[in-house]
Design a protein around this ligand. Structure first.
Ligand code: C5P
Length: 208
């Protein structure tokens, strides 16, 4: 049978990454943060001084991504967030990254976090979680994270950027941010990382 893939989708800063990492450890699976792929493409365009909405340059960057691109230290922050969301709306970019993600999951199984894992990348995944939290709580978490990394930014600005990015990710015509029909929704607004993990494990046990 095919190796196990667990899809963890949802909007920015809902707690997908923390949860997905813990699930990967629990099930002894590889973890893939698929947002990093889009961030790396966006970053390459920013470095080139190219328009992140320009399809040809973005598709070229997506087709030639290297491990070094994914290991860069500057893939997080408001500029990279915006560039990632812009390139993620370009069909040729998504197409270039799709096979890569499928290969990754098919090889040995994986927990993958993103926006379209359960809907597009692995629609056949037996376990799909759609992780949500209120925009206020997600902004608060992202702001604390950024402050801890020394990024000087106000909470209101973080919340505005986050809402703008969610709107762009939800409104795009290719692989928009939407829960798969067979996904279990997990609201982490009132949950810390341990409680979110416990709640996810209960949802998963109901399904396998
Ligand atoms: O998850 P993260 O915030 O790192 O993702 C950055 C951006 O990459 C998102 O705003 C979204 O536009 C895009 N993305 C996507 N599909 C994925 C993962 C990320 O479109 N599977």
């Amino acid at each position: 049978s095919a190796p196990l893939v667990i899809a963890v989708d949802g909007p920015a800063a809902a707690g997908k990454g923390t949860l997905a990492r813990r699930l990967a450890a629990e099930f002894n699976l590889a973890y893939l943060d698929t947002g990093l792929l889009y961030r790396a493409v966006g970053r390459r365009l920013l470095d080139l001084g190219a328009d992140p909405h320009g399809a040809a340059a973005a598709a070229e960057a997506a087709a030639t991504l290297t491990p070094a691109d994914l290991a860069r230290a500057d893939l997080r922050g408001p500029e990279a967030d915006r560039a990632a969301s812009a390139v993620a709306a370009i069909p040729a970019v998504r197409a270039a990254l799709l096979e890569w993600q499928r290969e990754f999951g098919r090889r040995n199984g994986a927990v993958m976090d993103g926006r379209d894992i359960g809907t597009v990348v692995f629609p056949e995944a037996p376990i799909k979680l759609f992780v949500v939290a209120t925009p206020e709580e997600r902004a608060r978490r992202r702001w604390l994270e950024m402050r801890a990394r020394g990024v000087a930014i106000g909470l209101a600005e973080v919340e505005a950027e986050l809402r703008a990015r969610d709107a762009q990710d939800s409104a795009r015509s290719v692989a928009p941010l939407v829960a798969a029909a067979d996904a279990a929704t997990l609201d982490t607004t009132a949950l810390d990382a341990d409680a979110a993990f416990a709640a996810a494990m209960r949802l998963i046990r109901d399904r396998i």
